[in-house]
Write a protein that binds this ligand. Structure first.
Ligand code: GDP
Ligand code: MG
Length: 439
């Protein structure tokens, strides 16, 4: 996909100026990209139409970097459609706020109920009560009870022999008695939408008057997710969506489809099986993801212009052969300096934004100059071999470069971290590196 977009944009770039037909070509690629991300077909059609109208006749045509501008328009439009900002949970003016989880079997309702409870406890010191209203699978009740025990959050259950509406009724009574501030109702799902399920959910809704009906959707289900969302929304008038399993390799196109088709906000995303793996939904991050590989488009553009290909290949080889030394470090710093703010660049690389190795690495252009000064104060031998750098050498280098010994130490540590990180990256994802710096 990335390759495809890249080709389209290379085409644009070589010609310097963009014609209407160029924009149309790029839009065709974006259309395919969205389809590959599993965005619903009709949604794609509509989206591309909107973007094309916006793109043609704007400065894109005369822009110095048309590719960047087109990507930006596409990106902005994705963000706009998906809702601009994160939408918080609806709250009741009086306790308890009632949240009802609905969705197909296996979507992640029970897990997400637990994640939400944990979140509310952690962030608001809330005292939620969870109600086990899935009576069709004995394991479902046990599952919620176990989660409750893990979190130290009470679970109301009556086994599997009572009507779910009755269970919810008694659960709400208990919540009132115990003054719980939140009630989270875990309901049953089916393998697909059916009449009986919807009737049951409607009955629970009528009784519980939830402030929030969260539809839980498995993001891996791709195209199906759209129909599911439409169905549930028609029957229950949901108030929000939780998109689960985004830790998988899906590109998350369902987010765009569901938002477009239901008009309801996606409020949270599930990023793992653990109970802390629930995050607020940020439309701009999802736009990055749907377009593929972070802001890779922009990065590739920049990298292509500013990074010498031969040098890139050289670097890739050195990293692979574990032959990366201070000279390369400085080379790389200079190249990166030319590309723009370093922390910005790093953030565009998928997986880098949250990379713990980067947390403590300060990215300031001045730092890069200091790093260079330090390296230039090393002897050629020292530049080749960091292990030579004993305390007395470090003191000498500090004096020579006008930096403090601490700074020299820090920089050597950074160098080592950087080298380790790149070795890891190159082992895991050589293609990624080549995409980044090369071709
Ligand atoms: P329910 O039938 O809708 O209640 O779904 P469950 O909560 O029982 O989840 C079904 C399966 O999906 C379980 O194995 C969960 O651990 C898993 N699951 C739920 N949410 C996520 C998620 O965000 N990421 C991953 N990887 N697995 C999830
Ligand atoms: Mg369940």
């Amino acid at each position: 996909l990335t390759q495809r977009l890249q080709n389209a944009f290379n085409g644009l770039k070589r010609k310097g100026k963009v014609s209407e037909s160029d924009v149309r070509d790029a839009m065709r690629e974006i259309r395919l990209a969205l389809l590959e991300a599993d965005v619903n077909f009709d949604v794609v059609k509509e989206f591309v139409k909107t973007v094309r109208e916006r793109a043609v006749g704007t400065e894109v045509l005369n822009s110095l970097t048309p590719a960047q501008q087109i990507v930006k328009i596409v990106h902005d439009e994705l963000v706009k459609v998906m809702g601009d900002a994160a939408v918080p949970l609806n709250k009741s003016p009086h306790i308890p706020t009632v949240i009802m989880m609905v969705g197909l079997q296996g979507a992640g309702k029970t897990t997400t109920a637990g994640k939400l409870a944990k979140r509310l406890v952690d962030q608001e010191k809330a005292r939620p009560l969870m109600i086990a209203a899935d009576i069709y699978r004995p394991a479902a009740v046990d599952q919620l009870v176990t989660i409750g025990q893990q979190l130290d959050v009470p679970v109301f259950e009556m086994g599997t022999d009572h009507d779910p509406v009755e269970i919810v009724k008694q659960g709400l009574a208990q919540a009132a008695e115990n003054k719980n501030d939140y009630v989270i109702i875990d309901t049953a799902g089916r393998l697909e939408i059916d009449e009986q399920l919807m009737q049951e959910l409607s009955n629970i809704k009528a009784l519980a008057q939830p402030n929030e009906i969260l539809l839980v959707v498995d993001s891996m289900t791709g195209q199906v997710a759209t129909q599911v969302a439409e169905g549930f929304n028609q029957q229950l008038d949901i108030t929000g969506v939780v998109l689960t399993k985004l830790d998988g390799d899906t590109r998350g196109g369902a987010a765009l489809s569901i938002r477009t088709v239901t008009g309801k906000p996606i409020k949270f995303v599930g990023q793992g099986e653990k109970l802390d793996a629930l995050d607020v939904f940020y439309p701009d991050r999802m736009a990055d993801r749907i377009l593929g590989m972070g802001d890779m488009m922009t990065l590739i553009e920049k990298a292509q212009t500013d990074y010498d290909q031969e040098q890139a290949e050289n670097m890739a080889r050195k990293i692979q052969e574990n032959d990366f030394d201070f000279n390369d470090f400085v080379d790389q710093m200079s190249q990166i300096q030319n590309m723009g703010p370093l922390d910005e660049i790093m953030k565009m690389i998928p997986g880098m934004a949250n990379n713990p190795a980067l947390k403590n690495v300060k990215m300031d252009p001045k730092d890069i100059d200091h790093i260079k000064a330090i390296v230039y104060s090393m002897t050629p031998k020292e530049r080749r071999d960091p292990d030579l750098l004993n305390p007395s050498r470090r003191r000498r280098i500090a004096a020579g470069s006008g930096r403090s010994v601490q700074e020299v130490n820090r920089m050597i540590k950074q160098f080592k971290q950087s080298r380790d990180m790149m070795t890891k990256m190159s082992k895991g994802n050589m293609n990624g590196m080549e995409n980044m710096f090369g071709s």
